[in-house]
Design a binder for this molecule. Structure first.
Ligand code: FES
Length: 63
């Protein structure tokens, strides 16, 4: 996975920033949204944000 990849263009949020938010305790899209702003403008990235949150939460659980 490319952590430099921009997921949310409105807020310039990368996959790595979403990972950091999850590693810092965010467990849902809403919490990641609060922490990073991702998905809070046009919402078109929300599906992708959701996928990444699910994946990073899962990885956190296994770490
Ligand atoms: S691309 Fe994420 S809110 Fe617009």
């Amino acid at each position: 996975m490319d952590l430099e990849k921009t997921v949310c263009y409105c807020m310039s949020v990368t996959a790595g920033m979403i990972k950091d938010a999850v590693d810092s305790g965010a467990g849902t899209v809403e919490e990641v949204q609060e922490a990073t702003g991702a998905g809070s403008v046009c919402g078109s990235c929300l599906e992708e944000v959701q996928k990444l949150v699910d994946q990073f939460v899962k990885e956190r659980g296994e770490a």
